[in-house]
Design a binder for this molecule. Structure first.
Ligand SMILES: [Zn+2]
Length: 240
């Protein structure tokens, strides 16, 4: 095989190896995102529960205030009864008292209801607090794991980048730019093998002339269908 073709095959392999880490990096990033999202959701739940409990406490406070006023009213009424002379006044006072008592019943019921809700919500709050703690620890761990994975990938990549640099320095610059142009649209399949007389980039059969050019390997041959650079692997030469 021609030296240029060998260099291109090598370069293409290095590029493929460099890019092969991307799914691992993406997977690690997704793990961080998921853990962050879970913690965020738990924190939002915590905020919602805290707000609800506070709103209920406010309401309980105003019902308590209302109860105090109603009790005062009842005390005043009973004082008034002592100085009342007419039956009409008596009746009016009795109605007032009934209304006040009814309001007190309602206020007490509401206080009971809100206190029950708050005791349930406080239990929920404890569970969510524990979730937040666990999810915070989990996120720290995920971040640690991910930075370790990325560090390993980075050091492997450094080796590959150095290898690429070396190949690029040695390779003919015209051939390199030809390869880079194909790589723009073909990505990591810019250089592909020919197997069973077919291009392994577009999987179409190539004609006899191209096939024999690829086998000879005197110069760089491209696929007549897709334009990718073709090469033949040793075992396929023996077969051909
Ligand atoms: Zn092709």
């Amino acid at each position: 095989m021609n030296k240029h073709i060998m260099e291109l095959v090598e370069l293409s392999k290095t590029d493929k190896d460099i890019d092969s880490y991307q799914p691992q990096i993406d997977g690690a990033d997704r793990k961080v995102l998921r853990a962050t999202k879970r913690l965020e959701d738990a924190n939002n739940e915590l905020t919602t529960l805290n707000k609800l409990i506070l709103v209920n406490e406010d309401q309980i406070f105003s019902y308590d205030e209302q109860l105090k006023l109603l009790k005062e009213q009842l005390i005043n009424n009973s004082k008034k009864t002592k100085v009342i002379n007419t039956e009409k006044e008596m009746k009016a006072l009795a109605i007032e008292e009934d209304i006040a008592k009814e309001k007190m019943t309602t206020a007490n019921e509401e206080i009971d209801r809100l206190q029950l809700i708050n005791s349930r919500k406080t239990e929920e709050l404890e569970v969510v607090k524990e979730d937040v703690d666990n999810l915070t620890k989990e996120l720290v761990k995920v971040n640690d794991d991910v930075s370790k994975i990325k560090k390993d990938i980075d050091s492997s990549k450094v080796v590959l980048f150095n290898k690429r640099e070396k190949t690029i320095r040695e390779i003919d610059q015209k051939i390199l730019s030809f390869y880079e142009k194909i790589r723009i649209w073909a990505g990591n399949t810019a250089v592909v093998p020919v197997r069973k007389q077919a291009c392994y980039g577009c999987y179409m059969k190539i004609n006899e002339k191209t096939y024999s050019d690829v086998i000879k390997g005197d110069e760089i041959t491209t696929c007549p269908h897709c334009g990718r650079i073709l090469h033949i692997e040793r075992e396929d030469i023996e077969e051909a």
